[in-house]
Design a protein around this ligand. Structure first.
Ligand SMILES: NC(=O)c1ccc[n+]([C@@H]2O[C@H](COP(=O)([O-])OP(=O)(O)OC[C@H]3O[C@@H](n4cnc5c(N)ncnc54)[C@H](OP(=O)(O)O)[C@@H]3O)[C@@H](O)[C@H]2O)c1
Length: 257
């Protein structure tokens, strides 16, 4: 098979760097592009078979509009964005090239492909999709093929509901005025694990999590459910001294597990 030349816009860091490393391991020639690299996104569009957009979510639409129109039919335009509906629509609208949407469901520090999922959204053309699928398959990742709508609906639960719960926990603890060091002297293993997640979300990349929550099309619906559940919990506790809440949890467990 032809050795592909890939240009990764946002390849100097994070997920872009993860893909750069993987493609280099596969024998591809990889160019990484950042805001300060000599090679620009426009240069990459001229010389690469595959152009990957992996910049922060807020900069993604502009980057797709910049490079998409420069690509020819036999090149592949793809992204790694945590949301799929908007970037896929933009990639298709701004290019005539092959298009694939890709969302790795893990962070850049993942060491082992085992049990790691990647969502692929076919966009336009078959050769680029087959090439990418083969790279991930060969390296042991689990692939899920979905439409952008289906992906974003599932991410409303896996990411929006999940992260808004984490953010609410962190904001609520901060509101009490206690620091982590003070609470830690009393912490249980489960609490420590949760605080580790709060710390990661609040300090490593708050912009990423804020964008994931704010930009999903189903965020409003997730907030409605979450708010309703908090109010319902308060009502169940007030009316049943814990018994009603226990029964609600048992009923939910039957649906969940
Ligand atoms: N982190 C995750 O866990 C994760 C998981 C799955 C998918 N994603 C997706 O991956 C994409 C990148 O996220 P990330 O977490 O990898 O971000 P990141 O670690 O902040 O890396 C972003 C990259 O984009 C470049 N960049 C930053 N701002 C830019 C701008 N305004 N214009 C052009 N380039 C810019 C940076 O290069 P320079 O600083 O060198 O300019 C850097 O290489 C996002 O779409 C995100 O949704 C992230």
């Amino acid at each position: 098979m032809k050795k592909m030349i890939a240009g990764i816009i946002g390849g100097t860091n994070g997920m872009g760097r993860w893909l750069a490393d993987l493609l280099m391991k596969e024998g591809c020639r990889v160019h990484v592009i950042g805001r300060k690299t000599q090679m620009t996104a426009e240069d990459a569009a001229q010389i690469c078979d595959v152009v990957v957009v992996s910049v922060p979510i807020a900069a993604t639409a502009e980057m797709i509009a910049r490079v998409g129109p420069l690509l020819k039919k036999d090149q592949l335009l793809m992204d790694l964005t945590s949301l799929k509906k908007e970037p896929m629509a933009l990639m298709l609208a701004h290019s005539v090239s092959e298009v694939v949407g890709c969302h790795p469901l893990f962070g850049p520090q993942v060491a082992d492909a085992k049990n790691q999922n990647i969502v692929l959204c076919p966009g336009r053309g078959e050769a680029g999709y087959a090439w990418l699928k083969n790279v991930f398959d060969k390296n042991g990742y689990s692939l899920v093929e979905r439409t952008p709508d289906e992906h974003d609906r599932m991410m409303a639960i896996v990411q929006v509901l999940n992260h808004l719960n984490t953010v609410a926990l962190g904001l609520a603890i901060a509101e009490t005025g206690l620091s982590r060091a003070e609470v830690d002297s009393f912490s249980t293993p489960v609490f420590r694990s949760k605080m580790d997640i709060v710390e990661k979300v609040f300090t490593e990349s708050p912009e990423l999590y804020a964008d994931i929550i704010a930009r999903n099309p189903d965020t409003e619906a997730m907030f409605n459910i979450y708010e309703r559940m908090i109010i319902q919990m308060r009502g169940l506790i007030c009316s049943g001294d814990g018994v009603n809440l226990k029964e609600a949890m048992e009923a939910a467990a039957k649906k969940l597990f």
